[in-house]
Write a protein that binds this ligand. Sequence first.
Ligand code: SAH
Length: 222
Amino acid sequence: MGLSRLYLVNPKQFPDAEADTRATGAVDLLKQAKVLATLQEALVETVFVIGLSARQRDLGPEIGLPRPMVVKLLTAAAEGEVALVFGNETVGLSNDELQQCHAAVTIPTNPAFTSLNLGSAVQVLSYELRMAAYAEEPPVANAVVTPFVSPSATHNEVEGLYEHLQVVMSATGFYNPGQPGRLMPKLRRLFGRARLERDEVNILRGVLAATQQQTGHGTRKP
Ligand code: SAH
């Protein structure tokens, strides 16, 4: 998700072969991780800190939802270091640790099952941060390229197709210009929804032209 600075507070075991295995392509993040004895030491340079807690506490900082809170975090990041603080799998964050945070976030879940895996909680917040940071248009590794794509057809090209359709449909008796009904509006809606490409217009007009040649019906309009 583009985050790179991991701080581990008093880890049970680190470095750890199993952690390296689980990190697969992200071992560099573990290698760069800073190990500290207390949360306080990890937060010395920060100007804004959000603690993640599955449980709401009586005496704790302001609680918010992930989406608006990451916006606050990003805003504060313009002024200095910011941090997200997560607890461990067994005991989570202590009240004392949560009180070192400016704000708390609880990820909404089924009320009967509030405690997510640490990794899942980290992912939800990292994703929200990324979406907020890139205004909902995050850069992707491989731009999606549709095979066989051709430029969008212009208004004029699509109008040419409609005219051509009308000529062939009239000549074959499928369409009666005297009683047009809803046929053309329906076809316009269908092709409008498809947002035709130039190649597609050419294919459809090719089919119409071939039909005209076979049946000797109608003259192809430009
Ligand atoms: N048994 C612990 C749960 C630990 S889950 C407890 O009751 O606190 C590990 C960490 O993931 C938590 O400390 C918290 O930082 C995060 N987390 C899990 N579920 C969460 C939720 N619904 N909202 C916010 N953070 C959550």
